[in-house]
Ligand binder design. Structure first.
Ligand code: ATP
Length: 233
């Protein structure tokens, strides 16, 4: 479904991403892990079209999207939940979701709403509440719910568990597991390596703009050396 080939992203002279390649099949969950500044966000943003690709190629559903406008990628079903995503503060939970689901037909919208409220019961209890009065974790959930009510085929999430208290991190990963069971294709950037390894089908470890290691979580965890050097688990 997604092919990233020799991707390079630069900010002026800074080479943030240096020849990154990976592929993601339909229904798979790929986690990109790595320290602050490793280049994870830049990879995700390049796939969404939010940063310019210096060189390399991104192919989605057989279409070369390397230089396509972000809204066209969104129309193809690529959705990103950026780090620290915030819903519209003065709109209620329901209004936030309705805006996000604007482009789908009524019956589909109804089905999607039921689905996200089942995924996030906390939001179901707060439909009329203005988004600005939600807790940090609830805002994060609403940001994901907004991504899900649209026509999503590839869900990209950047550090969705960052800054959440442990109980909410667990809740967040439960939702990710559920989405995985429902065969949604997902790409995550995570600093919480332990959690990422628990849910991912494949893991890429990034360092200084490059993938230094990749494989199935179990294969990586089988090596003490890898665990110590790269995973910190
Ligand atoms: P974090 O988890 O801290 O967001 P990351 O792995 O997602 O880290 P990136 O945010 O992609 O990493 O950053 C990769 C490198 O590019 C870093 O050295 C960062 O300082 C640099 N960088 C990111 N955005 C910009 C920008 N807009 N202008 C200049 N340099 C940038």
């Amino acid at each position: 479904m997604l092919e990233v080939e020799k991707l390079c992203v630069r900010y002026g002279k800074i080479a943030a991403v240096n020849g990154v390649s990976f592929s993601l099949n339909e229904g798979e969950l790929l986690a990109i892990v790595g320290a602050n500044g490793a280049g994870k966000t830049s990879v995700l943003n390049a796939i969404m079209g939010l940063v310019k690709v210096h060189s390399g190629r991104i192919v989605f559903d057989g279409v070369d999207i390397t230089h396509l406008e972000p809204w066209k990628r969104a129309r193809m079903g690529i959705v990103i939940v950026p780090e620290g995503a915030r819903p519209f503060a003065d709109m209620s939970v329901m209004e936030n979701l309705e805006v996000a689901a604007m482009n789908i037909d009524k019956a589909e919208m109804k089905r999607k709403m039921e689905w996200v409220f089942e995924l996030f019961p906390r939001l179901a209890e707060r439909k009329k509440q203005p988004a600005k009065t939600l807790s940090g974790g609830e805002k994060q959930m609403l940001a994901i719910a907004r991504a899900l009510v649209g026509p999503v085929k590839l869900l990209i999430m950047d550090e969705v568990s960052l800054g959440l208290m442990p109980r909410l991190v667990t809740e967040m990963f439960k939702v990710i597991e559920r989405l995985k069971r429902e065969k949604l294709t997902m790409l995550l950037a995570e600093q919480n390596t332990k959690k990422a390894l628990q849910v991912a089908d494949k893991v890429c470890v990034m360092q200084n703009g490059s993938i230094v290691l990749e494989g199935k979580p179990q294969d990586l965890l089988d090596s003490e050396e890898i665990k110590r050097a790269y995973l910190g688990v």
